[in-house]
Each structure stands twice: as C-alpha cells, then as structure tokens.
Design a protein around this ligand. Structure first.
Ligand code: 0A1
Ligand code: ZN
Length: 884
C-alpha cells in the first residue's frame, strides 16, 4: 500500500543519527541499466547502538547490500532501506540499478538528448542510490564513471580529474572532490559536446580552467555564457572578496531541465535556455538572463556549496542570498534602475500572488509536503528582498563585514537562516531580533501612510501603520521591521531636507510598530512624500496621492522607482475607479492624468528603457493583486479601454515618435554588424516595442488595419535581431493582423530547426488575447517542435497560455481550466514537478467570482480523484481546496 502523504515540519528537525564521511561511487553507464556501486564510510553519531541505519531511496532496483564486506540483512520499503548495524564506524556497500533513459521526472540521473546528466536538488540523489540524502550529511566524493570507450567522449563529475584510463575497451574516468558536500550537490555528465575553454587567474594567483560544454555544433552560441563566468569570478572577488577555490570550473548545457540551472560543486548544469545565445537568435532579455543565471549559479559556490543548508526549510538561506548577489552583479555590470524594476515586477506579480493564495508560506517555510513546490517566488525573490532590507539597514560596509563573518564561521558546514542573521547582527552590532519576523511570517504587509501638515509650525507628520493579512495557519501577525526609504518634495519638485529635533535624519526610517508617527520640521509647505523609495521593503503601500502629487514625483523624484511608482499609482487608481464603474454599469472615466504622464515621458529626455518600463501597462496578473476580491471581467474591460484610450489620445505623438525611432533603426540596420546589446540599443528596442504596439493599435482603432499590418510587417522585415523580430511577431499575433500568417510562416521556415528559438513563436501565439488562441495552442501541440516531455516546450506554450494570457485562460466558459486540467493530469504521469508548476494560475480561485471559483473547484476535485497523483500536484490542489 502506498504510504500516506505526509507533511514535514521545520520544528521537527533532528540531527542525523549517522553521517557519511567519504563516498566512492562507481557508475557503469547504460541508458537502460546503469549499475551504481556506492562504497561509503559511515559513522554513527548517536550513542544509542540499537539504532539501525535508515537510508533514503526512490524508484531504485536494489542489487546488493554489504556492511564491512559481508552481506547483511536489510528491510526495503518504497522510500527506505533499513540496515541493522551495531558498529560505530563501518563501510557500507550498496549496489543499485537504474534506467536513466526512462527517467522522465528529470530528477536523479537522466538522459537529455542522448547525454547523461543529473539533477539532485533537493531529493534526486536517492533516485541514484540509497543514501543519507539530506543536506546536513557532508561527504568527500570519489566518482568513477565507466562506459565503452568512445561512446561518451566527455565524462564529468565534481572536483578534480584524477585519472582517465581504458582497459578491455572500457574507459573509466575518476574524479575527486576535496570539499565535503551534501548529496544534492553531486553531479555527473557524460556525452559528446563541443567544448569551450577559458583560463582565469584569481586575485591570489590561482589558475582556473573554465570549461563550457554545449551541444555539438553550438560552440558559437557559448561565448557569452563562458565570458559571463569570468565576469562573475572577477566580480565576486571585487565586491564580496570571494575567490574561486578549485582549479577547474565546468558548465554544461542540456536541453531537458526542470528549472533554470543547478549549482553542483564545480560542475554547474544549465538549462540550455540560459546558455545558448547569439546575436541573430537571442533577444536582449536572453542575453541578460544568461549573465544573471551564470552569475547566480557561480555565486552559489560560496553561498550554498561551501556554506550549505542544515535542512530544506532553510532554502532561502542560499537562494535569497544568492538572488540578492546575482541582482547586485547584474546591477553593477548593467543598469541598476532597470534591474531593480525587474525585481519589483516579480515581487508585485508572482510573489504577491503567492502571498495571497493557498500556498502562502514564510521565506523560511514551516510545513512542506513536496520540497519541489517551495522553489518559490517567496523563497527566492522575497528572500532576496529580505537580504536587501538587511543591506539597507546595515549599509554596504557592515553588510560585507557580516558576510565575512558568516562565511568564516560556517565554511564547510550546514547551517540555518538564523546563523546568517546572527552573523549580520554580530558583525554590525545592530539588533535584528524583531527583523526575524520576515523569516517566520508569511503574507504581504500593507503599509498605510497618512500625512498632516501644519503651516504655522512648519511641521509635517506622517502616521505609518502596518497590517498583514492572515495567511493559512497564521491568523495573527506581529509587526515587521519595515525600512521606509523616503524623501519630501515641495510643489516645485525641490527636495526638502529631513529634519527632526533640529538635526538631519536619515532617509531610511524604520516602521517597527503597528502604528507610529514621524515628525519632520522646517517643512516650508505641504510636501509630497516619496515613500518606499527603491522599493525599500516588499510591502503594499497605501497613501492618498493627488494627481498633482504624482505629477510632481514623476517629473522630479530623484529615485527612478518613485517615478515608476507614480505612474503605477495612476494606473492602479484608474483600475479601482473603473472596475467599480464597470460593476455599476457606468461609463469609464477619461484617463487624463495617465495620458499627460505618458506625453510628458515621451517628450522628456528620460533614459529610453526606463521610459518604456514606466509607460508600459503592468501585466493583468499584477493588477489583479491590488484587489482582495477581483472581478476579472471588470479588470479585462478596463484594461482594454485604458490601452485604447492611450492609443487614441497619444496617436499623433506615438506615430511621430515611432517614425523617428524607425528612421534611426533603418539607418542602423544599414550598417552590418552594428547590432549590439548595449544599454542604449536595448533602450531603443524597448521603447520601439511600446511605440509599435500603440501605433498599430491606434491605426486599428481608426479603421486602418491595413496600415497597422503594414507597419508591423515592415518592422519584422527590417529586423536584424530577435528582439525586434519578436516585437513585430507579438504585435501581429496580439491584434490578429493580416500580416500574421506571413510572419509566422517566415519564422517557422527560419527557426523550426532550433526549438529554443521556436519557443518564441509558441509564446507569441499562446499569449495573444484572442478568442481562437486556445484552439491554436492545441494545434501547436502537434507541431514537430513541441515535446511535452521537454519542460521548456511546456512552459513556452502551455505555461505562457495559462499564466501569461489571463483573458483566455479565465474565459467565462471554463475552456482554459479544462485545458490546463487535462494537461496537468497527462503531465503528472511523467513529470509531477512540471505539472505542479503550470497549475499555479488556478490557485487563486478563492478570489475570483463564484462561477469561476466553482469551475476551478470542480477541476481540482477531479484532479484529486486521480489514483496516482504526484505529491507535487496533490499538495497544491489539496491546500487550495482546504483554503476555500
Ligand atoms: N538551486 C537551483 C535551483 C534548482 C532547483 C531544483 C531543480 O530541479 C528540480 C533545479 C534547480 C538554483 O537556485 O539555481
Ligand atoms: Zn539558486
């Protein structure tokens, strides 16, 4: 009988009864029958000599078990191997057989396009051999990989290459990793690749051989990735004082991968999406992603590998910190304001959605059924915001002192979030007791600020309140420590210095109580406050800004996030007011303030990419997050009305700015090789995407579909890069222009040999808010580029439809829900983790109208009836239904 599904609790952590100090792994590689011989040195850690050794396993064929060379009795269940032992220390030998080619879950040892690779975080290693598969058991690994000579030219594992021999036609390669590590960081790769080589000299003079392995024939697509490794190595030395610790660093790119990439010690394995770029096929975003994901995995070497996790509840210890580090890396090397806005969008979109849904969990979760469900926006992105708040409160110097202390204290061990905060506290002398609530409490705090101003005393008082809504199993919340970075502006947009008791006060004010009042003196007129500058805390801010206040902030705020937020406030206010109008069947209001804001931005000399970011309407999924209960039909209607009014009202400016940008673009493409991924060019492309979209829309609204189609087709035809190609393709798909067929046909001809690039067509079609989109998505599932076993294809076509096209997904008849349910059930049979991921957009059912909520509930009940449902899907659906 199947074991009952069980949740684990953080507070039930028990240190291991045994540890493994050294492990010798031998693999005889075979697609269907790989034999794994594990010889481990095991040490008892408990004085209780009656305790047997209990190992973790999953889907293994056990061939033999020996203790100190002798066969021994054992008891095997679906998930454990129990061995009665009486020794204090002993050698364990376990032989298992696995079938990598049949491993569709892509966890453990599997085959991606004929190449062996591994994914062991969090619990994949137990699908390779019976082991103490937990992150607080750190062992030294020696790995022998054998296969018929010539079959797999590259056979890689962690650490240093020790030997490479051939005997009787069998080649054996041996690797040894000097650094003790948990099993989740073990990796093995075998296959044929193109190899790119670079050398790096660390600041202390150590020579590092950096190698990148990509599919045969793809070497030209690897330069950016391998150069990004060198940039990451250098940056980590300069900003964090952290040097690479081995003589070899390998990165391998594979096509079948559940997530983005994996930081296995000295053998990072990547989803090819985050490695393979070239100027013809990659977008600006692809280039930025390669830099940031390469950085992310490399930075884990210290924050994750050398200092690792005590248990999986501590995941944010490595992930929040490493996301913070990769964000800083991208900001230092690229454009800080843009990087900040990208991070803010993730928080206000998927993270806020998680916080308000049935899966809401603290940055350090307390209950977990399936760990794979906790690789979440909360653990990663809110986790990074928590680190950023520590950085804001301590300042860079104290923060770096804290990092040094954290690493020197814990190098080579498995620790907790608490250990990190303690190091920051000890190094800075700043008390973070109450700050720890960010780790223990879920939910998004709502910060409500009101202002009173007294002209006669020239005093301004801000009353700041915080309230955090209840989340599952956390009905009451204690106050958070909320750093509010702020400025005051006068009506001319000049800054008013912050003064209290006659002295200057810092721009970062701390709100640590439910309610507090901050007084500012010498304020000559009623000021406009810029609050939560640089999004200094992951909270929702409520302040009653007038349209004039927002105009002042947009025009004069020194912080780019404040300028962005000024427009976001105008947009949100417009949605609140008009969703109500929709419900009352009243006409929509004119978005006059927004039109003026866009007109101002278009005519200003603001950085073009920032301008495009500020003017582009937020995704519908983020708008939804501003409503406790959301009328989706109202949001969709207001969205379209707003976009159309902007297109009409700004018609002349938009078309003249678009023509101007087109002229520059046409001039540039005349010069061969002039395309470059520079901040300036990225800015031009981002702005022209905004302009072309509204330009096309305004022509359609004026009845000139042919003009719109012609403009879009022209943009497509002159494009010398993928970003502009997709700008046109997306507009054609979104508006169903007559040029669409020609563009899709051409794209198909050019790119159907490259599934990673072809994913862009899947996404463009899947995200078009059109009545026929679902039918087209179903049709594309039959395309030869589509493969439901490849997570990238599933995300590009089905994921994009479900989470990037709310209008079609939530269509009132429920066909979107039926479709996703069907796919989830199908996918769950082969890859439960990916099935669970794409289910996410249904989790917010409680906030939708009765009819939609009931429809989703019906689908969820159907899913729960499935006899062999994975824990991943079960946990999400079960928690959603319980939360109703
Ligand atoms: N540690 C990796 C993320 C990762 C997690 C799970 C995976 O497979 C299920 C793969 C990668 C990172 O943060 O990059
Ligand atoms: Zn990570």
């Amino acid at each position: 009988m199947a074991a009952p599904r069980q949740e684990k609790r953080r507070l039930d952590y028990k240190s291991p009864l045994f540890t493994i100090t050294d492990v010798d792994l031998s693999f005889s590689l075979d697609l269907k029958k790989t034999v794994v011989v594990q010889k481990s040195q095991v040490k008892r850690l408990t004085p209780d000599m009656t305790q047997p050794l209990v190992l973790d396993g999953d889907s293994l064929k056990l061939l033999s078990v020996r203790v100190n060379g002798r066969e021994t009795s054992f008891a095997e269940t679906a998930k454990t191997l129990t061995i009665p032992v009486t020794e204090q220390e002993f050698q364990l030998e376990v032989v298992t057989e696995i079938a990598p080619a049949d491993n569709t879950e892509l966890m453990g040892l599997y085959v991606s396009d004929g190449k062996f690779c591994t994914q062991n975080e969090p619990e994949g290693f137990r699908r390779i051999t019976y082991f103490l598969d937990r992150s607080d058991v750190l062992a030294r690994y020696t790995v022998r990989i054998s296969a018929p000579d010539g079959l797999y030219p590259f056979m890689l594992s962690n650490g240093n290459l020790v030997s490479d021999t051939v005997s009787n036609g069998v080649r054996t390669v041996t690797w040894q990793d000097p650094f003790p590590k948990p099993s989740y960081l073990f990796a093995l790769v075998a296959g044929d690749f193109d190899e790119l080589k670079r050398e790096f000299v660390t600041r202390s003079g150590k020579q590092v051989a950096v190698r990148l392995y990509v599919d045969k024939g793809m070497a030209a697509f690897g330069d950016t990735a391998i150069d990004s490794v060198l940039r990451a190595m250098k940056w980590d030395e300069e900003r964090f004082g952290l040097e690479y610790d081995l003589n070899r660093f390998n990165v391998v790119s594979v096509d079948f991968f559940n997530a983005g990439a994996m930081e296995n010690k000295s053998l990072n394995i990547f989803n090819s999406k985050y490695v393979l770029v070239d100027p013809v096929s990659a977008t600006d975003t692809d280039y930025e992603n390669v830099l940031s994901v390469i950085g992310h995995e490399y930075f884990h070497n210290w924050t994750g590998d050398r200092v690792t996790l005590r248990d999986w509840f501590q995941l944010s210890l490595k992930e929040g910190l490493t996301v913070f580090r990769d964000q800083e890396f991208s900001s230092d090397l690229g454009t800080r304001a843009i990087e900040r806005l990208k991070a803010i969008k993730v928080i206000r979109g998927p993270q806020f959605a998680e916080d308000s849904g049935p899966m809401a969990h603290p940055v350090r979760p307390d209950y977990v059924m399936e760990m794979n469900n906790f690789y979440s926006a909360t653990v990663y992105d809110k986790g990074a915001e928590v680190i950023r708040m520590i950085h804001t409160i301590l300042g860079e110097e104290n923060f770096q002192k804290g990092m040094k202390l954290y690493i020197s204290r814990h190098d080579g061990s498995a620790v907790t979030c608490e250990d990190f905060v303690a190091a920051m506290e000890d190094a800075s002398g700043i008390d973070l007791r109450q700050f720890r609530n960010w780790y223990s409490q879920a939910g998004t705090p709502v910060v409500t600020v009101s202002m009173s101003y007294d002209e006669s005393t020239q005093r301004c008082e801000l009353t700041v309140k915080q309230k955090t809504p209840a989340t599952p199993r956390q009905p009451e919340k204690k106050p958070f420590v909320i750093p509010v970075k702020m400025s005051l502006y006068d009506s001319k947009g000049c800054e008013i210095p912050l003064v209290r008791d006659g002295k200057p006060v810092p721009a970062v004010q701390i709100a640590a109580e439910e309610c507090q009042t901050w007084v500012f003196e010498n304020v000559p007129e009623r000021p406009v406050p810029a609050l939560l500058e640089n999004f200094s805390a992951p909270v929702k801010l409520e302040y009653h800004y007038t349209e004039e206040d927002l105009r002042i902030l947009l025009m004069h705020a020194k912080d780019p996030v404040s300028r962005y937020d000024a427009v976001q406030s105008l947009v949100n206010n417009y949605f609140f007011r008009n969703a109500e109008n929709f419900e009352r069947k009243q006409p929509f209001t004119e978005p006059a303030a927004l039109i003026e804001a866009c007109r101002y931005i278009l005519n200003s000399d603001m950085d073009r990419r920032l301008a495009a970011y500020i003017m582009t309407l937020p995704p519908i999924n983020s708008i939804i997050e501003n409503f406790t209960v959301v009328n989706l039909d109202a949001v969709f209607a207001v969205y379209h009305h707003l976009r159309d009014r902007l297109a009409e009202a700004l018609k002349d400016e938009i078309s003249s700015f678009y023509r101007k940008s087109l002229t520059e673009y046409e001039e540039r493409v005349q010069i061969p090789g002039s395309y470059a991924v520079t901040p300036e060019q990225m800015g031009e492309r981002a702005l022209s995407e905004y302009l072309l979209d509204l330009h096309a829309r305004s022509l359609i609204l004026a009845g000139d579909e042919a003009g719109a189609s012609q403009a879009v087709l022209h943009h497509y035809q002159i494009a010398d890069n993928m970003t502009d190609t997709l700008t046109a393709m997306r507009a054609a798909a979104r508006y169903g222009l007559s040029c669409e067929a020609e563009i899709l046909r051409d794209f198909e001809e050019k790119w159907s040999h490259n599934p990673l690039v072809f994913d862009n067509l899947f996404r463009a079609v899947a995200m078009a808010p059109r009545p026929d989109t679902l039918a087209r998505v179903r049709e594309l599932m039959k395309h030869r580029c589509f493969d439901i076993q490849n997570p990238n294809r599933v995300r590009a076509l089905i994921g994009a439809f479900a989470s990037g096209n709310p209008e079609c997904f939530h269509v009132s008849g429920g066909s979107g829900y039926d479709f996703l349910t069907e796919i989830v059930l199908r996918l769950d049979k082969t890859n439960g983790h990916v099935a669970a991921r794409i289910l996410t957009p249904m989790l917010a059912l409680k906030r939708f109208d009765r009819k939609r909520c009931d429809m989703i509930r019906g689908r969820f009940e159907r899913i729960l009836k499935e006899p062999k449902l994975s824990d991943s899907v079960f946990e999400l659906v079960d928690k959603s239904l319980r939360n109703l």
